[in-house]
Each structure stands twice: as C-alpha cells, then as structure tokens.
Design a protein. Sequence first.
Length: 140
Amino acid sequence: MKANHEPQIVGFLCRWCSYPGADLAGSSRLKYPASLRIVRVPCSGRVDPLFVLKAFQEGADGVMVLGCHPGDCHYQEGNYHARRRYALMHRLLEYVGIEKERLLVDWVSAAEGGRFAQLAREFADQVTALGPWGGRQVDR
C-alpha cells in the first residue's frame, strides 16, 4: 500500500438533503476530501446496487450513499428502501471480494454541512486504512 494514497470515493447524494448538505459544507469552507466525486441522484432509494458495483469496477476505492434522514424523505419511503437494500449490499460486496467497509450508507440533512464534511473525512480515513482497492484490473 502506498503511504500517501488518496482514495478515490464516489458519493451518491440525494438531491433534497444530502446534496444541499454537501453544498453547505462547501460554501461554509469546511474541509472534506477533494477526491470525493459527487453524483446527485433524485433519492437514495433510487441508487441501484449495480451503480455501486460499477463505481468499484471503474476504480473507486469507496462508495458513499447518503440520503435524507428516515422519516424525512421527499418521496416518503425512498430512504427506507435504501436502508434495506444496502443491508444486503454489504453482504454481496463481501461475497465478491470487496470489504464491506468500503461502502457507507448514512443520512445527512440539508442543514448538516458539518456532518457531511465529517462523514466524508472519516470515510476517507477508513478507506485509506484499507488501502487501494485492487478491482481496477477486472476485465470488462
């Protein structure tokens, strides 16, 4: 493992809560990893597990799926679907050889810029400790 490896992280953020939370973190000049690539999605419940697998296949070292807090989803139950789906997704990742610690599913509201930045930093530290993911060599 490279001592100075900066992990490549893909973040799927819901457009109603998590994305504005990330925007607040940026406008508040809070520090979070520059290597985090954000993909705005309508709802965390719409993030297909294949999107996560594709991110790993394309070279991501970690993936974050962030949505509205349970009970606050703009689509009523989207984040409940995400929570159930990703409980199973962690097991699938382990089955295919990807450490479950490389996937983070959590909740961030639009007013929680500080929480977003903290989650992003802590997750980047966690993924850095795991080292680069070797899946980039997977044949397509």
